[in-house]
Design a protein around this ligand. Structure first.
Ligand code: NAD
Length: 402
């Protein structure tokens, strides 16, 4: 029986879709069956008919869930969906396992196989084609650069005209990982004067190679796997105080700082917001229900401060460029499927360095050691390779040798 992949329509507000028609065509060619919930691609400008032409079957949600070997989503599906799933079915998406462990427990209790992109070991080279965090951060960084130029009340480039000269906008990007570097590149291409700052000193070369200035504070912190680590309270206070000076000198501040699985660090304090000049624009890519990088930012909302600065809660930027974001996301999903497909069957090797980390749950167990550590569970050790049994004949030989 063919592996059936079902794609569900996301909740309102999420414009992306987990599979693009292009990837559907490739999967169907490789003997997968693909079911698309009616209207799942509409907000990414992929109509049902395009999926049908690519070889998928368009069905209602209940059938998509019931028939699935694996359900591909962008975000966590709602409780009703999980309730309809059966033991042994798989779910792949951005499932927020590190910040919503109750959801993980629910999936484990139902014996659903859950693959969560947040858990992917991104530094393993085989995992790079599956790296949703990078593909979506790249889209988000580009879009936030464009949105910043659109929201800002002045030109980004220097303009010399008969009616006078406009100075270029000064843009500061705080957090120069995948998204921040894209934001820098976009703001540079639009003609702004750009500087970047990150807690990881290794970022300097990347920022400078884009033609931007790298700013440093006396606090630096590189943690595991090249990521930033969480700062201590003292380090945070020191960093915030030093950043206040940089922030005051810029017109547009784009923030993208994250620490995996934790609340985003507060980089722009209430003092900086209160003292910002009228017209200063803060674009907070880290804005989420967990908090953001800018004091007072609210996800999905634009807040105007009493002194006339604007704070845009820009946490959903990848969803604001839905077709490109979905195309990349779909390729990442396809890469995972290719990796676990063995002769037309999905085989999840829990001891594999990539799959064993990507798996939040399998057969009722919490698998990823990173997730286990967050959930304060003991580390899972890989199974010992079994001793090959000595055939009876050899045993006789062995005896004879004695
Ligand atoms: P991220 O989204 O987790 O964080 C964004 C940025 O915020 C990071 O650059 C981080 O250093 C920075 N940050 C965190 N706390 C900060 C603070 N208090 N002050 C200032 N900046 C802060 O990170 P990301 O963009 O997904 O990736 C970060 C880095 O991880 C990459 O630049 C790269 O070095 C590494 N990475 C490697 C691979 C790979 O090897 N294939 C893939 C992806 C990422």
């Amino acid at each position: 029986m063919a592996i059936t992949i079902s794609v569900l329509k996301e909740a309102p507000g999420e414009n992306r879709v987990a599979l693009s028609p292009d990837v559907v065509r490739k999967l169907v060619k490789n003997d997968y069956q693909v079911l698309i919930e009616q209207g799942a691609g509409e907000r990414s400008f992929y109509r049902d008919v395009v999926y049908t032409e690519a070889g998928a079957k368009v069905v209602d949600r209940a059938e998509a869930i019931m028939q699935a070997t694996v359900i591909a989503t962008i975000a966590q599906p709602d409780d009703a969906t999980i309730d309809q799933m059966k033991a042994g079915q798989a779910l792949i998406g951005l499932l927020s396992p590190l910040t919503d462990t109750d959801f993980v427990k629910k999936l484990a209790a139902k014996k659903i196989t859950a693959l969560a992109f947040e858990l992917l070991p991104r530094t393993v080279s085989r995992a790079q084609t599956m790296d949703v965090l990078s593909s979506q951060a790249s889209v988000a960084g580009y879009k936030v650069g464009l949105m910043a130029a659109d929201h800002f009340s002045r030109y980004f480039p220097m303009m010399i005209t008969a009616a006078g000269t406009a100075k270029p906008a000064k843009v500061l990007v705080l957090g120069t990982g995948v998204a921040g570097l894209q934001a820098i590149g976009t703001a540079k291409r639009l003609g702004a004067m750009v500087s970047g700052y990150d807690i990881r000193p290794a970022s300097r070369g990347e920022v400078e190679s884009l033609g931007a200035t790298f700013l440093t504070t006396s606090v630096s912190a590189t943690g595991e796997g090249g990521y930033a680590r969480q700062l201590t309270e003292e380090e945070t206070a020191q960093q915030q105080a030093e950043l206040e000076g940089f922030i005051a000198q810029n017109n547009v501040i784009i923030t993208t700082a994250q620490v995996p699985g934790r609340r985003p660090p507060l980089l722009v304090t209430q003092k900086s917001v209160d003292e910002a000049k009228t017209g200063t624009l803060f674009m907070d890519l880290a804005a989420s229900d967990l908090g953001g990088n800018v004091a007072g930012s609210k996800p999905g909302e634009t807040v105007t401060t009493p002194n006339g600065a604007e704070i845009v809660g820009a946490g959903d930027m990848a969803s604001q460029l839905p077709a490109s974001a979905s195309d990349m996301y779909a390729k990442n999903v396809q890469a995972v499927l290719n990796d676990v497909n063995e002769d037309g069957k999905l085989v999840f090797d829990i001891d594999d360095e990539v799959v064993g980390e990507l798996l939040a749950t399998y057969d009722g167990e919490i698998i990823s050691n990173r997730l286990r550590s967050v959930m304060e569970l003991p580390e899972r050790k890989p199974a010992e390779p079994e001793e090959p049994e000595t055939p009876a004949e050899d045993q006789d030989d062995a005896k004879g040798a004695d």
